[in-house]
Structure formats: C-alpha cells, structure tokens
Design a protein around this ligand. Structure first.
Ligand code: KG4
Length: 343
C-alpha cells in the first residue's frame, strides 16, 4: 500500500503545503509574503495574519496538484519549530484540525532536521542523487549556520555552529546597510555575479574548533562603508557589484574553512548543504571546486527545496511515519528547538 503524507510549513514568512507519495514529491506549493519587503525584515504579526489567509488555499492547491483526494492522505506532518511562534501556531492548528477531521495521525517535524532531509526529496522522473549515511551537512539559513554529522534520517549530531549571527543574517544585514531590500541574500548573489570578489577585503573571525561567527564581519562591513562614504557619498552605488562580490566571497570563505576542517577531522567526504543560503551561487561553486580538489561528493537541493518549503517537512514526516513516530492533539509549537529536541 502506498503512503501519502501531507506536509505543512509555516515557521517564518512562507506558507507551504506538500504531498509526498512513498517519498516522491507530487506537489510543493509555496506562498511567499511580499508584505514584509517594505519593512526590511519579517514582521511577526503580519506573518501570522498572512499564514491565516494562505493556509487553506495552499493546502487545497497542493492536494489538487498532486492529483489525489483528501481521503487518500495517511498522515499530516507539520513544522513544530523553531520559528516565529504566531506563524507556527497557524500551521500547527491547521494540522491538528486536519488530522482530527480525517482521523489520521499527526507527526511533528523539526524545521532544522527537515532542511537537511531536503536532500532526500525525490522528484518524479528525475534522477535521485542522494547522500549515503554517514555524511556531513552544512545547514545555512537566516537563523542557523551549523555543521552536522548525519548518521541516519533521524539521527544527527551538531559538531559546529555559529556563536552569534547566522550566515543568512550576515547577507541580509550587510545588504540592508547597502540599502538593498529584504531578504538581501539573493540580491547580493545576483550582483556578485558581475562584480570582482577581490576588490575589497573584510575581517574574518578567528574562532576555535568548528564554530562560526558572523557578527564581526557585519561590523567590519559597516565601518568600512562608513569610512568610504565620508570620502565619497556615492561610494555604495558606484561599487555595488564589487561590494556584493567581495562580501559573498568573504562569507563563503568563512563557511568553507570550517567545513574543510570538519571533513578532515571526521574523514567524511560526502557533503550536503541545506537551508536558504544553500541557494547561493558562490557557495555552490566553492563546493563544486572541492569535488576535484578534495574528492568530495557534493549534494545541493533544488531551489524549491532549499528555501523554506513543505516538501522537506513531508519527507521528514514520511521517515517518522515509517517508525510510528506520532504525537497527540496536545502538541504545542516551540519557537526554539535544537537538534537535541529531535526525536
Ligand atoms: O531557509 P530559509 O528560507 O529560512 C530560514 O531562515 O529558515 O533561509 C532564508 C535565508 C535568508 O537569510 C536569505 O537572505 C538567504 O536565506 N538566501 C540567500 C540566497 N537565497 C536565500 N543567501 C545568499 N544567496 C542566496 N542566493
């Protein structure tokens, strides 16, 4: 018998629903919220309201696109955290109601774990290139920068993480300083393609072990621009592409240095990336460069599955379904959740 899972994601500013049948994604609908652009960041209350508006149509579309009936669904998985509490509550409440109304089990999903399992999303009629256990994962998003040993679908160990800002935050905050809209990461990436990555240099952190730090870069970037603007008020506009390319190179260099160290220390050469920043072209290229240099086998999720999406939630829920890992109607979302909170 086939197993069909509905996945729901509402942890931040994307409302998403996905249908997965026996691990193969049939639909992955994402409604993004343009409302936040004017504010330079996600406004939690507006995000919750937009989720309320979007959740029913998004789920409806996901079911229709998958070509299944609501009654065919065997379980519903939802992001329980980490994320914005008001946003998480919308997805959690919807999932509970859906499970109750259809008399099917409910499965909680940790958003961080789901980002990594995005590397196991199988698309119909496409080659399924996935890592074998154990492998190393670099999780880089707006809220996380972590190096993880993935021992099994549901068994992950964090061996390095940021002690302050995340890599995505570094992209977004530096972009904001340059007057670019939120989220800045994709725009910096776009300009970087036409700029000189060696035009400017910025401070890199000196942190022990496998941990990251990005707050120093943000400060160094800010002071650098402030000084240059004193000499030339038009400095940012005149150098936008070179600034973006140099900033991106610095962030990618910081990420790669610790990833290389982790690979050396663990002996693992299969490297997967996950989270929104994994869409970055500079990071992807840096990884590909290492396939020859260090004999790495690199795994990069398709764009639709690297940013926040319900496909990754559904694939994680599918793995939990196979192990009867269900939860009750008294489940509540958590704004903070770590890998230690993963069952
Ligand atoms: O995983 P995600 O969609 O949301 C969470 O944080 O959970 O990641 C969003 C982050 C933002 O910081 C955004 O600027 C960054 O991913 N991002 C990128 C790119 N696309 C998204 N950063 C650099 N280059 C990109 N192409």
């Amino acid at each position: 018998m086939s197993i069909i899972i509905l996945g729901i994601e509402s942890s931040c500013d994307d409302t998403s629903a996905s249908i997965i049948k026996d691990g193969i994604v049939l639909s992955n609908i994402i409604a993004s919220q343009a409302v936040h652009e004017a504010y330079g960041g996600v406004v939690p209350e507006l995000a919750s309201r937009a989720h309320q508006q979007n959740i029913v149509p998004v789920v409806d579309q996901a079911i229709k696109k998958a070509g299944i009936k609501k009654e065919d669904i065997n379980a519903v998985g939802f992001t329980r955290g980490p994320g914005l509490l008001g946003s998480l509550m919308v997805g959690t409440s919807f999932a509970k109601g859906f499970a109750l109304a259809n008399n099917i089990p409910l499965i909680e999903v940790n958003h961080l774990q789901a980002h990594i399992l995005a590397n196991f999303i199988q698309e119909p009629d496409k080659e399924f290139h996935h890592p074998d256990f154990p492998f190393l994962a670099l999780l880089v998003s707006g809220g996380n920068s972590q190096i993880i040993i993935v021992k099994d679908y549901l068994d992950m160990e964090v061996i390095g993480q940021t002690i302050d800002d995340a890599a995505g935050e570094a992209f977004d905050k530096c972009a904001k300083v340059m007057g670019l809209p939120y989220p800045g990461g994709p725009i910096v990436d776009k300009y970087a393609k036409e700029g000189n990555p060696d035009a400017f240099t910025f401070n890199k952190p000196r942190i022990q072990g496998l941990d990251y730090s990005f707050s120093g870069l943000k400060t160094s970037f800010l002071y650098f621009l402030r000084d240059r603007m004193k000499e030339n008020p038009n400095f940012i506009n005149e150098n936008m592409k070179d600034l973006c390319a140099s900033l991106q190179k610095t962030i990618v260099d910081i990420l790669m240095k610790k990833l290389e160290k982790a690979s050396k220390e663990t002996g693992l050469k299969q490297i997967a990336i996950a989270g929104g920043v994994s869409a970055n072209s500079g990071l992807q290229q840096a990884l590909r460069d290492r396939t020859k240099k260090y004999n790495w086998d690199v795994f990069i999720p398709n764009l639709g599955f690297s940013l926040d999406n319900a496909g990754m939630v559904a694939v994680t829920a599918y793995r939990k379904y196979l192990k009867d890992m269900f939860i009750g109607q008294d489940a509540v979302p958590y704004a903070r959740m770590t890998f230690e909170d993963v069952e």
